[in-house]
Write a protein of this length. Structure first.
Length: 152
């Protein structure tokens, strides 16, 4: 019996081919000027992630699961993980501006003030954790309404 190669929807295949073409174009343009600098940046980012960041957030997640698991609230972990991960991602992307490291360069490049990035990141983080806490409260309220009263 011959194995068939699964072929997706023609629109999906067209979008996949277009995304590969766009990625190839971006790669050629990116590597045209300073291929060594780009390669060094990718290797450095991979090493930073694998040797520093991954053990750090794995340890933090283990502590979170251990703490909530010991309290009998292990199902609450996604309500902490998701906003923490989104906040950490925003911090990682915007760290030079949040930390005030590139104020002059940012002002020269954009003509805008770099002030407020720290306050905005803190506000977004508070909103993410607040929305997550609200979702957890709604979930717990619904669960208590559905549960029949205990009979002794």
């Amino acid at each position: 019996m011959r194995a068939r190669i699964p072929v997706g929807n023609p629109v999906q295949l067209l979008l996949l081919a277009a995304s590969f073409a766009l990625a190839a174009y971006a790669g050629v343009r990116l590597l045209a000027d300073d291929w060594f600098g780009v390669a060094l940046w990718f290797v450095g980012a991979a090493l930073l992630h694998d040797l520093v960041l991954l053990p750090l957030y794995a340890a933090l997640d283990r502590a979170l699961v251990g703490g909530l698991g010991a309290a009998g609230r292990r199902e609450w972990t996604p309500y902490v993980r998701v906003p923490a991960a989104l906040s950490a991602l925003l911090l990682l992307v915007w760290f030079p501006l949040i930390g005030g490291m590139v104020d002059r360069r940012y002002r020269l490049a954009t003509g805008r003030s770099p002030d407020g990035f720290l306050a905005h990141w803190l506000l977004i983080t508070a909103v993410l954790f607040g929305a997550s806490a609200l979702l957890l409260a709604v979930r717990l309220r619904r669960a208590t309404k559905r549960r029949p009263p205990a009979v002794h």
